[in-house]
Design a protein around this ligand. Structure first.
Ligand SMILES: O=C(CO)[C@@H](O)[C@H](O)CO
Length: 192
């Protein structure tokens, strides 16, 4: 990604967070990625790592409408993905998507704490305030289905270097092309 695109995404996410009352801490830990696909508006995510403790983590995320986070699961992390504002759509598979078929028995996930049956590859629509609880091994892909969608994540330990298993080859962190000065430092930027 170009640094100018990253700067614009940080500005757009900041405006959206402020507009809906999500005040960031000083020196937020920004993470902006196109998952190596080089088509950020179609595939990408803006994240702020709010808490990064060994026992628990929290993130605040922003996605443009229909911008997708590609199908992945986690080796160890259990997480709640939360729609904080707007509408969030989450596609779920009990295992790697290419191993699932429509005839598989429905799997159980918890939505707002309630066990729910869901067919492999079907889409959950989360309205603001709702969350889905994902155990390690459950593949998920998500996107914003409305303007100003703000996404929360509360989880066990997060390690984006080693814990993501993507269904298709992607690169978790983007390669940055420096075309203007950086507005913020990303978690993936080299330490100077
Ligand atoms: O786990 C998630 C979303 O499910 C993010 O925290 C990761 O950073 C995506 O790679």
């Amino acid at each position: 990604m170009k640094r100018s695109q990253i700067n614009q995404a940080v500005r757009d996410a900041t405006v959206c967070f402020i507009r809906h009352g999500w005040t960031l801490p000083p020196n937020p830990r920004w993470d902006v990625t196109d998952f190596g696909r080089d088509d950020f508006r179609a595939c990408g995510l803006v994240l702020v790592n709010l808490a990064e403790e060994p026992e628990y983590c929290e993130k605040l995320m922003f996605a443009y409408p229909h911008q997708i986070t590609p199908a992945h699961t986690h080796r160890l992390k259990k997480e709640d993905i939360i729609c904080r504002h707007g509408v969030l759509e989450v596609r779920l598979w009990p295992a790697s998507p290419e191993k699932c078929s429509a005839s598989d028995p429905p799997s159980r996930v918890r939505v707002d704490g309630q066990e729910t049956s869901i067919d492999a590859g079907s889409v959950l629509v989360l309205q603001a305030g709702s969350r889905v609880t994902l155990e390690p091994g459950v593949f998920h892909s998500f996107w914003a289905a409305a303007e100003d969608t703000i996404i929360g994540e509360v989880s066990t330990a997060n390690d984006d270097l080693t814990d993501n298993l993507f269904a298709e080859p992607v690169s978790r962190f983007t390669q940055v092309e420096e075309d203007e000065p950086a507005l913020v430092r990303l978690v993936s930027d080299p330490v100077l």
